[in-house]
Design a protein around this ligand. Structure first.
Ligand SMILES: [Zn+2]
Length: 527
């Protein structure tokens, strides 16, 4: 490669002949060389922040939890609250709810709180609840809940952002951890210079972390002007190690006139390494907390989940964003949420005519059979996270099934059925919901765990999986002519792996890792 582009592709002799005296020669030693991975659904700020906190993944039982938290507490003396992430809902045992009293015994003398992996719940001890001012309850918005115990005090369980933001404000990032995720608005009051520098360093650290996995591009799923300005500063200092596509986040309480701000973003940020051309919306919640929007009530419950957007508001937003030439991506997990999102995209086609829009649906966990062919018909991209499925080998396999009717399971996490329908399928992690680790996610797709009927085998071929992580992710950002393949003239975004991936047994894929990452001809990671 030269000048940031791939100069030639060929066999070892041909390439060696091209090397001049100043050429650096890298011998992959027979291992796989790929276009750099693009993770098409991440939350960079939040993911980066969580690298700093105590990680409770795999921690089970009071003894284990206590040991980990006390050890970490000694390392974060300056923090107002000792904060941990990725706690299991059943961390203290199956069916056992975590209370503030449990967490008081874990860490009595300092405020302590922990985040669930899905980011829908925080559990806090008494000191943390006191410091946050909510030990005796507090105001929360609709859909959020400070769970109260029989004695009239907070139980320690804080459901959804409206409840847990009181505690999150006490972390070392002052609650900016979830900025842009909760609203597309910019922080108010404006972030002080010292905190701004802290946030910029934090994102630089997160980008470096991604580059270690062979990642050269990220599609962020939240965004505001504040984050974009910090990313631009990183670009100027040469620290934007992964290319970043950032959306405008339209919330259900926003009028569609806010799309003018999306236009401003698109005009202000449009470089090769940092750009905006997409509008992101949420249609529902998640299955585990029965907030994914379903066509029928959950088993044993009366709720069908939460409709985040009203139908008319959503359709109007789709028509307008599409007319402005934006790509749209919408979080939709339940079968009714997916249907309404497809309806919105269909409304945009009816209003504006068919165009090469590449609108995306994120997650697509529980799909109704009638909607399967609509992806291909409407040209809608299926944006899927293989590591989220119960058969992905990352989450407990029996978690989600209890929330589903048997007839919903055959088209649950139906990657292969969606691919076979002719729809474009792209892969990502939704970091920090799961780690940004590429090969663990690839293993989830190629070598899922066996689940009994009515679960279906949705295993992916290695080729399709790698394509969904590279060429198809380049395509979905309208960059298929510049990225995603190893071809002369393409941008030199490259990952060199530790193994020949095709020679590995599928279940061994996660043992491979990136040994060298190149972005625009510059080395961004070297083992
Ligand atoms: Zn996400």
């Amino acid at each position: 490669m030269s000048g940031g582009q791939i100069a030639a592709v060929g066999d070892t002799r041909e390439i060696r002949d091209l090397a001049g005296p100043g050429t650096r020669v890298i011998d992959a030693g027979g291992a796989t060389v790929l276009p750099g991975f693009i993770d098409s659904h991440v939350h960079l700020f939040c993911g980066s922040a969580e690298l700093d906190y105590l990680d409770l993944y795999g921690v089970l039982g009071l003894g284990d939890l206590t040991e980990k938290v006390r050890g970490y507490s000694d390392q974060c003396r300056d923090d107002k609250v000792v904060f941990a992430v990725r706690a299991d809902y059943a961390i203290l045992g199956p069916g056992r709810k975590t209370t503030r009293h449990d967490l008081d015994s874990v860490l009595p003398e300092r405020p302590f709180a922990m985040f669930a992996a899905d980011h829908h719940t925080v559990w806090a001890n008494t000191k943390a609840l006191e410091l946050a001012g909510i030990l005796h309850g507090g105001d929360v918005d609709r859909g959020s809940e400070i769970v109260m115990a029989a004695d009239g005090t907070a139980s320690g369980e804080l459901r959804e952002p409206g409840a847990y933001s009181y505690v999150l404000r006490l972390t070392r990032y002052g609650g900016r951890d979830l900025q842009g995720v909760l609203t597309g608005a910019d922080p108010t009051p404006p972030v002080a210079p010292a905190d701004r520098a802290l946030d910029r360093e934090l994102m630089a650290k997160g980008l470096k972390h991604c580059a270690r996995y062979g990642i050269t591009g990220l599609h962020n799923m939240d965004g505001n002007f504040y984050t974009l300005e910090l990313l631009r500063e990183l670009e100027q200092s040469g620290d934007l190690l992964c290319r970043m596509e950032v959306p405008f986040h339209l919330k259900e309480f926003d009028g569609i006139d806010r799309l003018n701000e999306a236009e401003e973003m698109r005009q202000r940020f449009n470089s090769d390494r940092l750009w905006c051309n997409r509008v992101k919306m949420f249609m529902d919640g998640v299955v585990e907390s029965s907030t994914a929007l379903m066509l029928e009530p959950y088993p044993g419950l009366v709720t069908t989940g939460d409709a985040v957007f009203g139908v008319d508001h959503f359709n109007a937003a789709c028509v307008m964003a599409d007319a402005m030439g934006f790509q749209i991506s919408v979080h939709a997990i339940g079968n009714l949420a997916i249907r309404r999102t497809l309806d919105g995209y269909e409304a945009a086609i009816r209003a504006n005519g068919r165009r090469d829009s590449r609108h995306r649906i994120e997650h697509i966990e529980i799909l109704h059979p009638d909607d399967l062919p609509r992806f291909r018909e409407l040209g809608v991209v299926a944006s899927i996270q293989p590591g989220h499925a119960p058969f992905g080998g990352i989450f407990p396999p029996d978690g989600v099934g209890r929330m589903l009717h048997a007839h919903q399971i055959p088209l649950a996490y139906a990657w292969e059925d969606i691919r076979a329908s002719g729809a474009k399928v792209i892969f990502s992690t939704d970091w920090p919901i799961i780690p940004v680790d590429v090969m663990a996610n690839i293993k989830a797709a190629v070598s899922p765990i066996d689940m009994p009927e009515p679960w279906r085998d949705q295993r992916q071929t290695l080729f399709n999986t790698l394509k969904s992580y590279t060429a198809d992710n380049a395509w979905v950002e309208f960059n298929e002519d510049r990225k995603g393949r190893l071809k002369p003239g393409m941008i030199a975004d490259i990952a060199v792996m530790s193994h020949d991936l095709e020679a590995l047994e599928p279940q061994e894929l996660a043992s491979s890792h990136a040994v060298l990452t190149v972005s625009g001809g510059q080395i961004t990671w070297e083992a």
